[in-house]
Design a protein around this ligand. Structure first.
Ligand code: OFO
Length: 181
């Protein structure tokens, strides 16, 4: 059972996660255009992570007997001034998502909705990891500065980022996550 206001807020979070995916897809395309395939890979992995975040909520809302209602997606920015600019914007966006998850948790707590609180705990933990990853790369990019050689070394490192995130949700999101683990 899911309260209507809670279901509405979770539907809005699906939109925010989908926008996150769209934003990182745009950053991946921009990196690729610059010839930085490692950065492009990192952001494309992030795109898949965000789709997974959206699909987890999609499945949860349906399993709780409520309707998924999808809204229009805002267009993401297409131009960035540097890799540091992209990661600074990524961190700012993730901080916004963290606030949004915290608000959902507070709503679930106020409604004594224990199932949704347990469901959201995964996102609370995930946000700590997401912000940490962005902070780590921002620190490295600040050290790199204008050093093109060092930037290419980081690009090579980011090319190695792989994902265990499932991309086939035809049999359900949780089932796909268990199979991929
Ligand atoms: Fe990047 O964590 Fe979802 O949005």
């Amino acid at each position: 059972m899911l309260d209507k206001q809670m279901a509405q807020a979770l539907n809005e979070q699906i939109n925010k996660e989908m926008y996150s995916a769209y934003l990182y897809m745009s950053m991946s395309a921009y990196s690729s255009n610059m010839g930085l395939k490692g950065f492009a890979n990192w952001f494309m992995v992030q795109y898949h992570e965000e789709m997974f975040h959206a699909m987890k909520i999609y499945e949860y809302v349906q399993r709780q007997g409520e309707e998924v209602k999808l809204e229009a997606l805002q267009a993401p920015p297409a131009e960035f001034s540097s890799q540091l600019d992209m990661f600074t914007k990524t961190l700012a966006h993730e901080q916004f998502i963290t606030s949004s998850i915290n608000e959902l948790m507070e709503m679930a707590q106020s409604k004594k909705d224990h199932a949704t609180q347990i469901f959201l705990e995964w996102y609370v933990t995930e946000q700590v990891e997401e912000e940490e990853n962005d902070n780590d790369i921002i620190l490295q990019l600040k050290l790199i500065g204008d050093n093109a050689h060092a930037l290419l070394m980081l690009d090579r490192e980011l090319a190695a980022r792989a994902t265990t995130i499932p991309t086939d949700f035809s049999k359900g999101v949780e089932a796909a996550a268990k199979a991929a683990a």
